[in-house]
Design a protein around this ligand. Structure first.
Ligand SMILES: *Cc1c(COP(=O)(O)O)cnc(C)c1O
Length: 389
């Protein structure tokens, strides 16, 4: 195995690390899949926005540029990272709320079908929203263990899956699973929270119906930055989302009686967009566009490969919960060990910040543009040292 110093010295993306703000007390940040580091450009953008746009333009800003921002960024995100033609992506509410809106829209479009398929490995919010909507609509939840186990039938209205599983890091074959769902006449929604910005996505080519994803993970949008929704253009005229707010209506500023959905992706908006929350993600999007997602994915694979090799060597008692085949995993790995819960406070004190996932998993999220190989090594060594205490 090459040393982390060797890997860092030949890393073509190493120079981008200096574009991120960091603090000296953190020696290994291994949670970029939970909250990405801020770019220095974002600090400047936010401050300039407050002074020039908010203070300077005041309410005129809405007409001049802010109202279009969700769709402008959505189109850019679609072009750079989602393989989505313009007019199908918007930035809006939280991932949870967007899941609610799109899942409701999808099941209401298949009224003769009684079940929603979802996997137990999916993120809690995805499962909980599905359960809630099933109860609301008198439907049943058809549980499968992982995305690979999905079987859609003539009774399936919708399949809800994550492209990259939040705990195991398993990466699913979206095109194949989507085609199988369509063969059964079902719609499919893919959650891209752990793949957007770090793994290739081709929503149009894969014929995905619906997708959502976070922007505060690998898109470095900041705590609570709003999520995105993708609605394939062929569904926009028929799907109706349930939160009928004024900004998703046909003519918001007529303020008329009776809701009529806006055309296209606009109909999937609800209320006033959280503009401040949309600022930072634009810097990361521009950076990835510049670097190229192919290079980002290549480094992501090198980082996770290195982390697995180190864990094999230094943490022989830990169990790798992530696929060893790099083609089958995203940009994080999870190791299980019953001693991990005990050592988390000590790791944080040392400035080593991975993520703990119950019951016994440490998750190392490796954000290719801000993470060094040295950081991975410091982190895995610290875990081994604390386990030995
Ligand atoms: C992080 C994550 C979420 C988070 O949803 P929020 O509404 O932003 O809290 C949802 N789904 C998946 C798969 C995630 O990884």
């Amino acid at each position: 195995m090459s040393s982390s110093a060797e890997l860092d010295s030949v890393d073509g993306l190493a120079r981008y690390r200096d574009l991120f703000l960091r603090s000296d007390d953190v020696v290994a940040y291994l949670d970029g899949n939970s909250l990405g580091r801020p770019l220095a450009a974002s600090a400047a953008r936010i401050s300039a926005f407050i002074e020039e746009q908010w203070a300077g333009r005041l309410i005129r800003g809405w007409d001049e540029s802010w109202l279009d921002l969700p769709i402008r960024i959505g189109d850019e995100l679609g072009r750079v990272l989602l393989g989505a033609a313009a007019g199908q992506t918007t930035i809006g509410d939280s991932t949870t709320v967007l899941l609610y809106k799109l899942i409701r829209a999808a099941v209401d479009a298949r009224p003769d079908r009684r079940e929603i398929v979802v996997d137990r490995e999916n993120f809690p919010t995805d499962r909980y929203v599905v359960e809630g909507i099933a109860a609301e609509r008198g439907m049943t939840v058809h549980w499968v263990e992982t995305a690979e186990d999905v079987v859609a039938s003539h009774d399936t209205a919708l399949v809800v899956l994550s492209h990259i599983a939040y705990r195991s890091g398993r990466l699913s074959d979206v095109a194949t699973i989507t085609a199988a769902a369509h063969d059964a006449g079902a719609l499919i929604l893919w959650d891209l929270c752990h793949s957007v910005g770090v793994a290739p996505v081709q929503l149009d080519e894969w014929e995905v119906d619906l997708a959502v994803g976070c922007t505060y993970k690998y898109l470095n949008g900041g705590p609570g930055s709003p999520a995105f929704a993708y609605v394939a253009s062929n569904h926009q005229a028929t799907l109706r989302q349930p939160i009928q707010g004024w900004l998703g209506s046909r003519a918001p500023f007529e303020m008329g009686q009776g809701y009529e959905a806006g055309a296209g992706i606009r109909g999937f908006l609800s209320g006033t967009p959280p503009i401040l929350g949309m600022l930072a993600m634009q810097d990361m999007l521009a950076l990835i566009d510049d670097v190229g997602l192919g290079a980002v994915r290549a480094k992501s694979i090198e980082l996770t490969t290195f982390a697995i090799a180190l864990a094999d060597e230094l943490l022989p008692d830990a169990v790798l919960a992530t696929p060893r085949d790099p083609a089958l995993r995203g940009s994080h790995i999870t190791l299980d060990h019953d001693g991990f819960a005990r050592i988390m406070p000590r790791l944080w004190e040392r400035g080593v910040i991975p993520d703990f996932r119950r019951p016994n998993g440490i998750r190392l999220g490796l954000s290719p543009l801000s993470t060094s190989f040295a950081e991975v090594e410091v982190g895995v060594r610290a875990i081994a040292e604390e386990l030995a205490v």
